[in-house]
Design a protein around this ligand. Structure first.
Ligand code: PLP
Length: 383
């Protein structure tokens, strides 16, 4: 079979399964609204939880940074790409979250790949929450270490896995707030178990950082847990993009020697790092934004009473409605779209079979009227 024939077959299979993914051009999009094919929608699909992606101070910082440093880093951090803004931001992040070190990565996906690939050797094992992000599970399954998954948010299931024998080291992996369910991991219990077995805990807090905890320090801070490794990302509440690993000194030095994404890839543009420094200030000063987000979450959940679809156990900005069957989820998303509400249907293989859902995301940028409009449309569509 030729390459092309193989592709055609795979694409046909996708189509038959109703899993064909398509991109849509959005002419404009912010945390509250978007415009596609000339039509305006309320946006309930963005991860821009605090509405910072269009913040004037952050835009200005990026512009000023570009004037001062140019638009590209010009090389990896080991050549000439490690520039003043990054040398400032890394310790700022470390101080903020109470770690000795922070290392910047170009994206959360790259950070997870880099960290897991650099750490995991052939006698080691990775015990990951079953619903961990694709970037974590994929890195773990490609690594030489053994990957075992444990039942979602169940410390007892992790405990059973930890009892199994392993001649090398153990890394426990979870998210702080789960990206498709919106629920929080029991971090204290997971960390206690990991410590009892001399394992390290890695928490990917892509959806918690900026949103919860004092000053937006995230899920770990909120739960009073300091995992050995923490990944935070800047494409969600920070409104920009990029990621950081928080860790101790020797791990940071180890990553600088062995994490291939830091060595063989162009560093983040310094102008973007300037934007991230300003975004960090906005997040730290963002109690009013977090308050507004919480009010929107409470308003939405209260208004969901009586809907046909089950809410999930989420106090976060991610508020999925469980639909079940894939076709029904896609159909519901289309009907909401016709009523001016942009919501994404999430289907297998992104979520387990039979749990297709609407993934509704709320932002501090939504007005109470926006939430009411979504609720009105949901009730009219299938109350
Ligand atoms: C979004 C996300 C990532 C990927 O981060 P990017 O910066 O978008 O590459 C990693 N982990 C989790 C849990 C995420 O939700």
């Amino acid at each position: 079979m030729s390459w092309s024939q193989r592709h055609q077959q795979a694409l046909e299979q996708r189509r038959q399964n109703g899993q064909y993914r398509q991109r849509t051009v959005c002419e404009q999009a912010d945390a509250r609204s978007l415009c596609a094919a000339g039509t305006d929608f309320l946006n309930f699909s963005a991860n821009d939880y605090l509405g910072l992606s269009h913040h004037p101070r952050i835009i200005n910082a990026w512009q000023q940074g570009a004037v001062k440093y140019g638009v590209g880093a010009g090389g990896s951090g080991h050549i000439t790409g490690f520039r003043t803004p990054q040398a400032e931001l890394e310790p700022q992040l470390a101080d903020w979250l109470g770690y000795p070190r922070a290392l910047l990565f170009i994206s959360g996906f790259a950070a997870n790949q880099a960290v897991i690939m650099a750490l995991a050797g052939k006698d080691d094992r990775i015990l990951a929450d079953r619903l961990s992000h694709a970037s974590l599970l994929e890195a773990a399954s490609h690594s030489p270490a053994a990957l075992r998954r444990f039942a979602h948010n169940q410390p007892a299931a992790l405990a059973t896995r930890l009892e199994g024998l392993c001649s090398g080291e153990t890394l426990v992996v979870t998210e702080g707030i789960f990206s498709m369910d919106g629920d929080s991991a029991p971090l204290a219990a997971l960390h206690r178990l990991a410590q009892q077995h001399n394992a390290w805990l890695l928490v990917d807090d892509a959806h918690g950082i900026g949103v919860c905890g004092e000053q937006g320090r995230g899920s770990c801070w909120q739960q009073g847990v300091r995992p050995e490794l923490q990944i935070i990302t800047f494409g969600k509440a920070f409104g920009v993009s990029g990621a950081a690993l928080l860790c101790d000194d020797s791990t940071a030095e180890f990553m600088l020697q062995f994490a291939r994404h830091l060595i063989y890839s162009t560093a983040m543009p310094p102008a973007q790092v300037c934007a991230l420094q300003e975004a960090l200030r906005c997040v730290q000063q963002g109690d009013d934004l977090r308050q507004r987000l919480q009010e929107n979450i409470a308003r939405f959940r209260a208004g969901c009473t009586g809907l046909r679809w089950a809410m999930m156990d989420s106090g976060s900005a991610i508020q999925p409605l469980r639909v079940g069957e894939e076709g029904a989820a896609v159909d519901l998303a289309m009907r909401l779209r016709l009523q001016g509400c942009w919501v994404s249907a999430i289907r297998p293989p992104t979520v387990p079979p039979g749990t297709a859902r609407l993934r509704i995301t709320l932002s501090a940028a939504h007005l109470p009227d926006d939430i009411d409009r979504l609720l009105e449309v949901l009730h009219a569509t299938g109350g």
